[in-house]
Ligand binder design. Structure first.
Ligand code: C2E
Ligand code: MG
Ligand code: MG
Ligand code: MG
Length: 288
C-alpha cells in the first residue's frame, strides 16, 4: 500500500495508511495462529452438467473460522497469505482436508466424484507443490484423476520455469487442469498454446445477465466455440438466474456453477446435496 502512494521515495503519511498498516499486522498475526491451529474449513460448491443436470464435480473453497466462530472470506486473507508466503501452508491444509473429504464422498457411493482445488500463482512457484499434493493423495489412496487444479491467467504473466514445470508434472501425474476466471486476467492468450487445459471456466462477469446483455452473449458464444474446438470443457461461473442457465445450455456450455444451484457448503451438507444428483428440472431450489 505504501508503495503505491510513494513518489520519489517519499511516503506521505496519513492516518488511513497508519490504520491500514496496523490492520495488516494484526491480520498477519491472526493468520499465523490460524495456520498453527488449523482453523480452516473446506467448503464445496457443485458444478452441474447443463445437459444432464448431474453433478460430477465440485470446487473446494477455503473458509477461515476465526476464534469468535465467524467466517473470514478468502478475499480478506488470501492476498495477505500470498504476500507473506503463508499461502503455501494454507494450501497444504486445504490438500489435507480435501483428501479426507473425498474419501467421505466416495463412501457415499460417489466413487468418481472429482474435486477442483484452487492454486494461486505463489503456490505454483513452489518447487514442492506437486510432491505435497501427491503425498496427500497417495496417503489417502486417491487417484490424481479425481482432482482438478484451477489456475488463473495471472499464473502466466511472467514466464516462470518452476510454474511451467509444476503444471506439466501435474498433467503427467494424471491431475486435470482448469483455467479459472477466464477473461479477467489481462494476460495474452499465448499460454493456451503451451498448456492443454481440460477445462476453461468463463468468468462471472460474462455470464451475468447473459439473457439480457447482447455483448455478454456474443463474447460467451464465441468463447465456448473456441474452447470446444481446442478440446476443452467449458464451465460458466456465477450462474444465479435460471434464464442465464437456459441461454448457456442452448449455447452448448458444458457445466454451470453458481448460487442458482448452491452456495458453497460444508462437507456434510455437500454429501447430502450430491444425493439429489441429477437435479430435478427447473425451477429447482435446494434449501439447506
Ligand atoms: P474462484 O476460484 O473464482 O471461486 C469462485 C468464487 O465465486 C467463490 O468465492 C464462490 O463462492 C463465488 N461464487 C460462486 N457462485 C457464485 C454466484 O452465483 N454469484 C456470486 N456473486 N459469487 C459466486 P469465494 O469462496 O469467496 O472465493 C473467492 C476466491 O478465493 C476464489 O475465486 C479463489 O480465487 C480464492 N480461493 C478460494 N479458496 C481457495 C483456496 O483453497 N486456495 C487458493 N489459493 N485460493 C482460494
Ligand atoms: Mg476457482
Ligand atoms: Mg473463478
Ligand atoms: Mg476468482
Amino acid at each position: 500500500k505504501a508503495k503505491e502512494t510513494s513518489r520519489a521515495g517519499f511516503i506521505a503519511y496519513n492516518a488511513q495508511l497508519g490504520h491500514d498498516y496496523v490492520q495488516h499486522i494484526h491480520l498477519k498475526k491472526r493468520l499465523k495462529t490460524a495456520i498453527q491451529d488449523k482453523t480452516f474449513v473446506n467448503y464445496y460448491q457443485p458444478k452441474v452438467n447443463l445437459a444432464t443436470r448431474a453433478i460430477a464435480s465440485g470446487e473446494v473453497l477455503i473458509r477461515w473460522r476465526d476464534k469468535h466462530g465467524k467466517f473470514v472470506p478468502p478475499s480478506d486473507f488470501i492476498p495477505i497469505a500470498e504476500r507473506t508466503g503463508m499461502i503455501n501452508e494454507v494450501g497444504h491444509l486445504v490438500h489435507d482436508n480435501i483428501c479426507n473429504d473425498l474419501n467421505l464422498i466416495r463412501n457415499f457411493n460417489r466413487c468418481n466424484h472429482v474435486l477442483a482445488i484452487n492454486a494461486s500463482v505463489h503456490e505454483l512457484r513452489d518447487p514442492n507443490y506437486v510432491d505435497h499434493l501427491l503425498d496427500c493423495t497417495q496417503a489417502c489412496g486417491l487417484p490424481p484423476k479425481q482432482f482438478e487444479i484451477e489456475v488463473t491467467e495471472s499464473t502466466f504473466l511472467d514466464e516462470d520455469y518452476i510454474t511451467h514445470n509444476n503444471l506439466k508434472r501435474l498433467q503427467k501425474q494424471g491431475f486435470s487442469l482448469a483455467l479459472d476466471d477466464f477473461g479477467t486476467g489481462y494476460s495474452s492468450l499465448s499460454y493456451l498454446k503451451k498448456i492443454q487445459f481440460d477445462t476453461i471456466k468463463i468468468d462471472r462477469s460474462f455470464v451475468q445477465n447473459i439473457h439480457l446483455c447482447p455483448k455478454n452473449r456474443e463474447i460467451t458464444t464465441s468463447l465456448i466455440k473456441l474452447f470446444h474446438t481446442m478440446g476443452c470443457k467449458v464451465v460458466a461461473e456465477g450462474v444465479e438466474d435460471i434464464a442465464e442457465a437456459h441461454v448457456l445450455r442452448d449455447l452448448d456450455c458444458d457445466f454451470a456453477q453458481g448460487f442458482l444451484y448452491a452456495k458453497p457448503m460444508g462437507i456434510n451438507q455437500y454429501t447430502q446435496y450430491l444425493d439429489c444428483s441429477p437435479l430435478p428440472p427447473p425451477p429447482f431450489f435446494y434449501e439447506i
